[in-house]
Ligand binder design. Structure first.
Ligand SMILES: [Fe+2]
Length: 449
């Protein structure tokens, strides 16, 4: 190990972090063990595997895994590895395995929960230590799998907090996302955008609640939106979304930033739901929720005006526009973003169309807004690779964070509290050391739902 635990802890100060956190591949490897080998990480949504045998592959840190629906309806998360020669049993992507998995190399087969089913020409293995009941001849399940309202998380560690405790206060964001459906359920719909960022995974988390960058980084897109609106003589929602980034500093200063344990948090919304209630889509949505929950509850649900939420290690749900930007670290300087959009089941179709509009304007690879950020993430990556200085600043409003029983609240919406909170969690993971994470696997029964 190139770093002692003490050296790792020394890379995070209360008001700054060392640039090695973004640039040193050795630190990335330790993160894969101590954060991604231990924390609850979002795998995917149950609606991505609706029928028996449906599977969906993804990455949990540096591990190839798949989520699969078994015949009894349970969702399992398995390492994508055949125990024979180690081949990935299914190719990256999604599909239906039918009643069982069959490795395309030598036709070893496995039940949908990963357990060993059979091999061809079994007689050739007689008299050897091959034992179909030995778990080492099965596809290995992740030790812990839990679903929260359809969102499936897995942990590579057999021990740790239950999922609901791990999520803490940001459960309310998942709740609000689901409650926007009159039947309380959402489903992934409309395809998934994928964007590879040439930067370290932590930079994106920091940016999600970075209110000071909006009117600077996004000047080109909000200025263009304003010019266009002027020409049109109106500001449609597409332009209104881009225009929001151009609010003056006084606007951002008034927003609330909420930080929770484990690096999670949320930022108040930019868009005014009161104004949105006047448009026909919001009105129809409000009426459908009123029919299901009553007027007061419908107002509460649509009145929760929350912008980005951070589930540290997993990504960022957006409740108002029903997105989940899943953040997958690939290498110290590469991060894959999967952008999922959700349909609120039972809600008017216009609600889903609006979610797709937001995905296209903000999160699509051809968005006018996201490239502004990606350019800056890459500049941070390349600038931090120089010998121009060792520390990255998080000084803004340091020392003023208001402590709550389960986290902290900012005193000003431009505070760098969210970054400090994320690195507080990072440091805690690192200080907890090795030995309780990815190496403590295969003890539990990794299934949910
Ligand atoms: Fe941005």
């Amino acid at each position: 190990m190139p770093y002692t635990d003490e050296q790792l802890a020394g890379l995070v100060r209360g008001d700054s972090v060392h640039r090695a956190l973004y640039t040193d591949p050795a630190i990335f490897d330790i993160e894969m063990q101590r954060i991604y080998g231990r924390a609850w990480i979002y795998v995917g949504h149950e609606s991505q595997v609706p029928k028996t045998g449906d599977y969906h592959t993804t990455r949990l840190g540096d591990q190839d895994v798949l989520m699969v629906r078994a015949a009894d309806g349970r969702v399992h998360v398995l390492y994508n590895r055949c125990p024979h020669k180690g081949a990935k049993v299914v190719a990256d992507g999604e599909g239906c395995a039918g009643k069982f998995f069959r490795c395309p190399y030598h036709a070893w087969t496995f039940k949908l929960d990963g357990s060993h089913l059979g091999v061809p020409l079994k007689q050739g293995l007689e008299g050897t230590s091959y034992d179909p009941t030995d778990p080492s001849f099965s596809m290995r399940r992740l030790p812990r799998v839990e679903s929260y309202r359809g969102f499936v998380f897995a942990s590579q560690s057999a021990e740790g907090q239950p999922l609901v405790d791990f999520l803490g206060g940001v459960r309310s964001s998942i709740d609000n996302l689901c409650d926007r459906s009159p039947v309380g359920e959402v489903e992934v719909a409309g395809g998934i955008f994928r964007v590879m960022q040439r930067s370290n995974w932590k930079v994106f988390y920091e940016n999600l609640h970075d209110t000071m960058h909006a009117r600077v980084t996004h000047e080109s897109s909000y200025a263009a939106a304003r010019d266009e609106a002027k020409e049109m003589g109106e500001m449609p929602l597409e332009l209104h979304i881009m225009d929001g980034n151009g609010e003056p500093y006084e606007f951002w200063e008034k927003l609330e930033l909420r930080a929770y344990d484990n690096g999670h948090g949320y930022m108040e919304g930019i868009f005014n739901p009161g104004a949105a209630e006047r448009d026909p889509v919001s009105r129809a949505h409000f009426e459908s929720l009123t029919g299901a929950y009553g007027e007061q509850r419908a107002r509460e649900i649509l009145g929760m005006n929350r912008h980005n939420t951070v589930i540290y290690g997993s990504g960022s749900p957006h409740t108002v526009f029903q997105q989940f930007r899943v953040i997958r670290p690939v290498a110290v300087d590469r991060t894959l973003i999967e952008i999922q959009t959700f349909r609120c089941k039972g809600a008017p179709e216009g609600v889903f169309k609006r979610a797709m509009l937001y995905a296209n304007v903000i999160n699509s690879p051809s968005s006018n807004v996201m490239p502004d950020d990606i350019e800056l993430y890459n500049r941070c990556q390349e600038g931090n690779a120089t010998r121009g200085g060792d520390w990255v600043s998080m000084h803004r409003y340091h020392g003023t964070d208001r402590v709550e029983p389960d986290g902290m609240v900012s005193v000003n919406g431009t505070s760098e509290l969210p970054m400090r909170n994320q690195f507080r969690a990072w440091k805690a993971y690192m200080e907890a050391g090795a030995g309780t994470g990815a190496d403590a696997t295969a003890k539990g029964d990794g299934a949910c739902c």
